[in-house]
Each structure stands twice: as C-alpha cells, then as structure tokens.
Design a binder for this molecule. Sequence first.
Ligand SMILES: *[C@@H]1O[C@H](CO)[C@@H](O)[C@H](O)[C@H]1NC(C)=O
Ligand SMILES: *[C@@H]1O[C@H](CO)[C@@H](O)[C@H](O)[C@H]1NC(C)=O
Ligand SMILES: *[C@@H]1O[C@H](CO)[C@@H](O)[C@H](O)[C@H]1NC(C)=O
Ligand SMILES: *[C@@H]1O[C@H](CO)[C@@H](O)[C@H](O)[C@H]1NC(C)=O
Ligand SMILES: *[C@@H]1O[C@H](CO)[C@@H](O)[C@H](O)[C@H]1NC(C)=O
Length: 404
Amino acid sequence: MQRAYCTVFALIISISFAFADNLSANNWSSDDDTLPEMLPKKMRDKSDEEIQKAVFQAYENQLKVISEYSGHMLDPESPYGFFKDEMPITNARTSNPQSDLIFYNNAIRGFIGYNKNSIIIKWAPNQVVTEIGWKELSVRGRYTFVNSSYFDQGKYHIQLQDIKYLASTTFSENTESYPSTAPKSSISYKNIKVSFTGGLPEVLKISDSSNVKHFVEDIVFQQVADRVVIDTHKNITLAIRQVIKPYIMIKNDTDQNFPGTNGKLPSSSVGYSISNTVISGLANSENKIKKVTAKMVTNTVTIDLRTATHSLDGKFDFKLEESKPTVGKATFTISRIDVSISFNILKPVECKSEVVVNQPNVKYGTKLSADIEKTLTNAFIDNVKIQLSTNVCKAIGQMIKPGK
Ligand SMILES: *[C@@H]1O[C@H](CO)[C@@H](O)[C@H](O)[C@H]1NC(C)=O
Ligand SMILES: *[C@@H]1O[C@H](CO)[C@@H](O)[C@H](O)[C@H]1NC(C)=O
Ligand SMILES: *[C@@H]1O[C@H](CO)[C@@H](O)[C@H](O)[C@H]1NC(C)=O
Ligand SMILES: *[C@@H]1O[C@H](CO)[C@@H](O)[C@H](O)[C@H]1NC(C)=O
Ligand SMILES: *[C@@H]1O[C@H](CO)[C@@H](O)[C@H](O)[C@H]1NC(C)=O
C-alpha cells in the first residue's frame, strides 16, 4: 500500500491545511502530553506493571476511536452545532422560612455572545474538556414576592458576569455515552446584579438572598448546563474526528490507488505487470490491542496489535509483455487479511509486522495458462503483503509523537 499510504499522508497534510481555518473557528486542540506514548515518561517512578496497565488502557481508548472512523474517515462530517441565543427557564417558586419569591415568564439570553469556546482532547484520561465563557448572560422575567407583611410584583432582571461552563465528556464512545445532562456545578460566575421594578431592593451579593441564590444556582444553572452539553455535542464530534485523523491508516472502505507490481514470468524473459488495483472492504476490520510489555530499563514499551479485515474484493489490470502484448482484467476476493503489528511506542522504528492473506481467489477475464495465472496470482498476493507490512510500520513511525 506504499502509494495508498503516501496518498493518505498527502491527504493528511492537505487536510491539516484545509482545517487551519476550522481549527481557529472551532477552537479545538489536542493535549498531546496525554497521548499514550507520553505516559511512560510521566510515570518514571512507577513500576513496569503500572506503566503497562496505563498504556494499555490509554491505547485501547485511542484504538476505539480509530476503529470507529477506520474506513469511514471520508464519510461526510456531521454539521456544526449552534447555540440559540435565548432559552426559557421554567417557572419557579423559591421559599425560605420568611418569604416566597416566585419567578415566571423567565428567559436567559446571550449564549451566542461567548468570548471563549474551546474543546480540548485529553487522550489518556479519555476526556474531552469543553470550556465556554461569556462576559454576560442575562435572565429576565416577572416575579411575585410575598411575606407576612409585604407583597410585591413586577419585572426582574438578573445580570450574570464572567460566566463559565466547564465540563468533560468521554473521548471514546462519544456517540454512545454522551451525557444528556451536565452537573449544575459546570457553571460558575463572578458577579451578579439583580434588580426589581417593584419595591424589592437590588441584590448585589448572592448571599443576601437565599431565594435568588436557589433560583440562579440550582434552577437556572442546571437548565443551562443541560442545554450547553447538548448544544456542544456536534462540535465535539467534529473535534474528535479532526484529532483522530492522523491516526487513521485506512481512510476509506475502498482503496482506488493500491500500488501495482511487476516481474518476469518464470523461466522466460516475458515481463508482466499488475496495475489499477482497487480493493474494497477495508472497513470490515477489527483492531485490537493484544498486550503491552514495558521494560523501562531498556526504554521499551512494546504494543502488540492485531487487525483482521474480512470479506475483501476488487479488481486489477494485468499485462504480459509478449511480442504481441496480452492485456486483461482480473477480479478477486480475499476471505480475510490478518495483520500483526508489534512496535515500541517509545522508539517506533522498532516495529515488526506480519501479514497473512487468507483464501485469496482470483478470476481472470482472459484465457491464460494455469502457470501464468499462478504467477500473476502469487505476484498480486505478495504485493498486498509487502505493501501492507512495510507501510504499517512506516505509518506508525510517523504518527507516534516523539517523547519529550
Ligand atoms: C470546515 O469544516 C467544514 C465541515 O467540517 C468543511 O465542510 C469545510 O470545508 C471546512 N473549511 C475549511 C476551510 O477547511
Ligand atoms: C460550533 O462551532 C462553530 C464553528 O466554530 C461555532 O460557530 C459555533 O458557535 C459552535 N457551537 C457551539 C455550540 O459551541
Ligand atoms: C481557544 O482556546 C484557547 C485555548 O484553550 C483559549 O485560550 C482561547 O481563549 C480560545 N479562543 C476562543 C475564541 O474561544
Ligand atoms: C418582608 O419583606 C420586606 C421586603 O424584603 C422586608 O422589608 C420586611 O422586613 C419583611 N417582613 C418580614 C416580617 O420579614
Ligand atoms: C471512497 O470509497 C467510495 C466507495 O466506497 C468511493 O466511491 C469514493 O470515491 C472513495 N473516496 C475517495 C476519496 O477515495
């Protein structure tokens, strides 16, 4: 897959340029210090067993996300999610031992005016941390105040300043286990000012009014937190797709550019070539981490991976350079390709891979002798093995970040 991987990397480079704009707009980033390959150095004082366990867990989470998009990276991306500027807040009757304060027709505004919106992918802890900041959000509505000696009604205005939403969701299983709620403590703020059009005094310190405090910090913040966690899901999905892109070796289910090969027919000087190879079914794969072996004393943390890709098919063109060249087409099926990879995450040039092509079946559209068919079929299979095994290690070498 030499050329396929080159295409893949050319694509990564062009994608990272293409996303340069989105990167600033969407403002996501990857905390590279939390990549699995960074763990061993951070855990220097820990035992090999503890490092193995931590790297296994971190790599497994990463592999879950890789598997989700492997063979599907070129599928259309989900669109951005957007805030609505305003949201209604339910009516609420707040009471304390001396009085009741009822809030109704409530709405909070200002969501689109955020001054910070960042999504940070934290690999090893398997988290996506989202932080959104607003200079001001404002809640307006009507109120009724009652105590034993006083009754007041009118409009209220709550101004909240320097509000922050800070929450984390899981990195792997972003689709499956994305929360539908976030704790109200995800929302914090610096200042509050509450005014009432009737006779109630202004509130400038939240501790001065337990009714207002309960309404704002328990009721409003819970509803806002739930709303923000839902509104940010699409952007988080986009951030995850972008951050995982460099780690996806198989971008598409179909590889239209699988490299060709050539050689000579045995005991003759007739050359042959295989070209225009297309392979489909690359998405039918299972990728698993088998084990992690750490030996920090030799600076080795070996990861053993295996991938099984089932039910592949495709076609190629062939040519025999006889005095009158024979040109033809072939179709093939492969029941399964197994790839075993073993690499040192601290020094990825130490990488081995082994490829087994199971039950290949090639059909030629042109009548050929059995010997020639056998030669072409073997050349095709050997080429698949060589391309995959050399390029898997090359790709791993390029994606593992060098330790600091
Ligand atoms: C930004 O992202 C959207 C959706 O992912 C994509 O359609 C668009 O081409 C990207 N823009 C740039 C400049 O890369
Ligand atoms: C999602 O990202 C887009 C593009 O950066 C941004 O305009 C929008 O406000 C973001 N939405 C949320 C809910 O953060
Ligand atoms: C983007 O994220 C960075 C890093 O978290 C932060 O410092 C910056 O304020 C963010 N910018 C916006 C517009 O959200
Ligand atoms: C009732 O509320 C008003 C307005 O806050 C206050 O001035 C008054 O002292 C309260 N009365 C009692 C009995 O608590
Ligand atoms: C991805 O594969 C589909 C068929 O599965 C094909 O139609 C499409 O052209 C491929 N895209 C790229 C960019 O290779």
